[in-house]
Ligand binder design. Structure first.
Ligand SMILES: Cc1cc2nc3c(=O)[nH]c(=O)nc-3n(C[C@H](O)[C@H](O)[C@H](O)COP(=O)(O)OP(=O)(O)OC[C@H]3O[C@@H](n4cnc5c(N)ncnc54)[C@H](O)[C@@H]3O)c2cc1C
Length: 821
């Protein structure tokens, strides 16, 4: 009995100092106090005191600790830590840590989250959205773009150039718009609701490419030459990194730039001989300035002693002699300009290198830095914008389309899809707003941008699939009246570009996240690599013991949260959302704890155990996505009408987090350790189930009924009600159908017959005949009928017209490899 009391005292005292993360000194004092109390109570004896002194003295006397503990550990650490490749180092160095660091702390401070200002547009940005963006959406007919021309119309191209759509990132001093990341995101959201080709064409020059690279790294001459021309659309940029042999492993590109002497405009100069084979390059067929990544070498030592420089970026004007450009790829019936670029022994001057010779070899770092921002904006915004328009359209369609005499949207099976569509749309918009705000605050959130890219493109794929199912044949029959089919076809494009998703989930999110966001891992790594060994040892000592304290704290926090179901954890709001803050507090501790265990058990091997790393990354991702939802709800005034969307998004996110957590523990490389961890972390299994049928029903109702929550969900999308505008027409028809229903019921009652909700023009005549409708009401029924038919009908084609179109995209030339064969 006395032993049990002793054990309880030690565990409680040690657990409390760990839970509250006391400093080493304070923890020593607190344990001392606990032992004094134990001695008075007669449960602590001499042996315990001896043990206490053996542990406390070396830990608290720095010279002893460093010599006998830290120094041998550092030696071992240096031996077992795998070498970091320079590309990995650049990736780690390239970004900054923001709210993701707080999530990784195991104890996120919610005040920090809610103190981050809400993203807002300036008056100029709002005017751009209401003016030129609205207008170009009106001008763009996606069927004409994707089927008839396989390109934007010349008028749209010109309008985009004239209104500086390609210059949203370019600074005002060069004639650009210099918009915030949030504003860029809103522009892309609106465009993507109308046409993926339009959104991609605008997105790419504003993302990773010559404009961005020149602003950050260009020489003044390059900036003054190119940036004003890019701002007015006189130059169209593209950036060529990918080739047949270097896709995901872009750093392994075989393209070369050899420093040599050659003739340039009649003079002999030192320049570069470039040989490259690039593919999949967006805007290449129409680009006038080509950003090119290649490996630079100087075998003759013309620039100095260095022979291999590594990845370098240059800008080539389109008219460069020998450049083979102009052919097009055909990306999944979403024919934005995309194609290969090749060159063999093309001689160019050294000042084509972005930033000049001093930036030779800095290409990878430049690209990764720009990508850490760009991946937060373009693809997530295109996905969220597409989702917003699809959510409105699907809700409207489900309400208008009837089968079995009721709107298909009131069938439970369809409600499941609508719930998923609405909940995910709320979340996706929350993520783009919050993440772009981070960029506007000066962050380069490389881990967050990988999370945004992966999760939002995956959610878009799920969402468009769901929407297709709700639409049935209407989504399948392509034609001018199909607003879904191209989005469905093109969904894998967003999955593949800017780091394909399997790679992003399995390697990038946690690979970078563990290093960057963990409060001590990077500090230990840098300390171990410090050339000043004495300083390195001191730094390692401080990081190591803080790390050990951190790990112990997360263990006790995890245990405590498991036992109590995190019911006693802090939450900034005492309302329906408090359960989510508490759960996230718990899972943050779990993630931090499991990270340390996984790194401790697997070491460098963790990098290769992709499925372990992917699931740890999932925990980080879901905690980030959940934070964005809670932040949005608060930023928008905690409106009760939005609660079904908030609950759905949080429950789905936390359920998925728990699935990943369980899978991680079930597949932990050490079976028994996995079992033990499960006992500590989730002894009672999963807490969150999938969102309930009731929630799906509530969201399905929101999507099918004009209301504030629905308007907020689709805010900012192109919904013009002018004739021929598909999305606006759906909105108008939805309102008309709802307004017509009581009139229809009135006529049925008066006629004592239940007519089908079709041929509303005939119902109108009947109503007039029976004297139960006014002329105005009858007119509404007739208008509703026309809108209803436009909504449910699909296009058909003359067979010869269709056959011609099918034959259209004949490849003009064989790929290079096939020619060689
Ligand atoms: C429409 C389109 C536009 C593009 N635009 C441009 C552009 O403008 N400029 C440019 O330079 N590039 C561009 N790209 C190239 C794009 O970035 C690459 O397609 C992408 O990096 C993937 O390369 P890959 O297609 O060769 O796939 P692969 O590298 O062959 O990958 C195949 C699969 O393996 C997975 N994988 C690879 N490595 C790992 C790993 N270590 N762990 C787990 N899974 C892994 C990938 O996720 C993918 O699912 C574009 C591509 C497309 C399709």
């Amino acid at each position: 009995m006395q032993f049990l009391l002793w054990l309880l005292l030690i565990v409680i005292a040690f657990g409390a100092v760990s839970y509250y993360r006391m400093s080493m000194f304070n923890a020593t004092v607190a344990m001392f106090a606990a032992l004094v109390f134990g001695s008075v109570m007669g449960i602590v004896g001499g042996f315990t005191w001896l043990l206490y002194l053996i542990i406390a003295i070396p830990l608290n006397i720095e010279s002893i600790r460093v010599q006998y503990l830290t120094s041998p550990i550092l030696k071992l650490y240096k031996k077992i830590m795998p070498e970091m490749s320079s590309t990995e180092k650049d990736a780690i160095d390239a970004g900054t840590v923001w709210w993701d660091g707080e999530i990784f702390s195991g104890n996120p401070n919610w005040q920090v989250l809610h103190n981050i200002p809400q993203a807002r547009l300036t008056a100029e940005e709002q005017a751009f959205l209401d003016g030129p963006v609205e207008e170009v959406c009106r001008m763009c007919n996606d069927w004409d773009v994707t089927h008839t021309r396989a390109d934007l119309s010349p008028e749209v191209w010109q309008y985009l150039k004239d209104n500086k759509f390609f210059a949203m990132i370019i600074k005002k001093e060069y004639g650009g718009l210099d918009f915030s990341a949030y504003a860029q995101s809103r522009v892309l959201q609106k465009l993507s609701g109308v046409s993926a080709v339009l959104a991609t064409t605008v997105g790419v020059p504003n993302s990773l490419g010559p404009g961005e690279l020149l602003q950050h790294y260009g020489t003044p001459e390059q900036q003054n030459h190119y940036l004003p021309r890019l701002a007015t659309g006189e130059e169209i940029p593209c950036f060529a990194l990918t080739g047949p042999e270097a896709g995901s492993d872009a750093g392994s590109l075989p393209d070369t730039g050899v420093v040599c002497k050659g003739q340039w405009q009649g003079e002999e100069i030192i320049g570069l001989k470039l040989t490259f084979d690039k593919r999949y390059i967006t805007l290449a067929p129409v680009a006038t300035v080509i950003g090119l990544a290649f490996k630079m070498s100087d075998p003759e030592g013309l620039l100095g002693e260095q022979k291999d420089y590594g990845i370098t970026c240059a800008l080539l004007p389109r008219e460069t002699e020998g450049l083979d450009i102009g052919n097009r790829h055909f990306p999944l019936n979403v024919p934005f300009q995309n194609g290969p670029i090749r060159g063999n022994d093309i001689f160019v001057p050294l000042d084509y290198i972005i930033g000049g010779v001093k930036m030779a070899g800095q290409g990878w770092r430049m690209l990764v830095e720009c990508l850490s921002v760009g991946r937060c904006i373009t693809l997530p915004s295109n996905s969220a914008g597409g989702a917003k328009s699809i959510a409105l359209a699907t809700g409207a369609y489900a309400r208008i389309r009837r089968q079995f005499k009721i709107p298909v949207g009131s069938m439970e099976g369809i409600e499941e899809m609508l719930g998923r569509i609405g909940g995910n749309t709320y979340l996706m918009d929350a993520v783009t707003s919050f993440s772009t705000k981070g960029v506007d605050l000066g962050e380069k959130p490389s881990v967050i941008s990988a999370i945004c890219k992966y999760h939002l493109t995956e959610k878009m794929r799920q969402l468009v699939n769901d929407s297709m199912d709700v639409h049935g044949g209407k989504g399948i029959m392509l034609g001018p009246n199909n607003y879904l089919g191209r989005g469905y076809q093109g969904a894998p494009i967003a999955i593949t570009v800017e780091g394909a998703n399997i790679l992003t989930r399995n390697m990038m999110i946690y690979g970078q996240g563990a290093m960057r966001c963990h409060p001590f891992v990077l500090k230990e790594l840098f300390a171990a690599n410090n050339p000043d060994e004495k300083q390195g040892l001191a730094e390692f000592d401080s990081a190591l013991f803080a790390h050990i304290g951190f790990a112990i704290s997360n263990f006790f926090r995890s245990l405590w949260f498991s036992i109590t179901g995190a019911r006693l954890a802090g939450a900034p709001f005492m309302d329906e959302t408090s359960q989510y803050y508490r759960a996230m507090q718990r899972y943050s501790s779990n993630m931090a704890f499991l990270s340390d265990v996984a790194m401790g058990v697997l070491g460098g091997e963790l990098k290769r155990r992709e499925r372990i790393s992917a699931r740890l990354g999932d925990l980080l991702s879901y905690l980030y996505l959940g934070s964005c939802v809670l932040k949005r709800f608060d930023d928008e005034g905690r409106r009760s009408e939005d609660l079904p969307l908030v609950h759905w998004a949080m429950q789905d996110t936390l359920h998925k987090l728990e699935v990943s957590l369980e899978e991680l523990l079930d597949n932990f490389p050490n079976y028994w350790l996995g079992k033990a961890l499960k006992l500590v972390i989730m002894p009672f299994g999963k807490r969150f189930t999938k969102p309930s049928d009731q929630l799906d029903h509530a969201i399905a109702t929101i999507l099918q009924t004009p209301c504030e929550a629905r308007s907020r969900l689709g805010k900012g999308q192109f919904l013009s009600r002018e004739p021929g505008m598909l999305m606006g027409d759906l909105e108008q028809t939805l309102e008309n159908v709802i307004a017509s229903e009581p009139l229809y019921t009135k006529v049925c009652k008066a006629a004592k017959e239940r007519y089908p909700f079709t041929n509303l023009d005939k119902i109108a005549d009947k109503g007039l005949e029976l004297g139960v409708l006014s002329e105005e009401q009858a007119e509404l029924l007739r208008t509703t009928e026309q809108g209803r038919l436009r909504t449910i009908n699909v296009d058909d084609f003359d067979p010869s017209e269709l056959a011609q179109e099918v034959q259209k995209p004949k490849a003009k030339r064989k790929p290079k490899s096939a020619e060689a064969a």
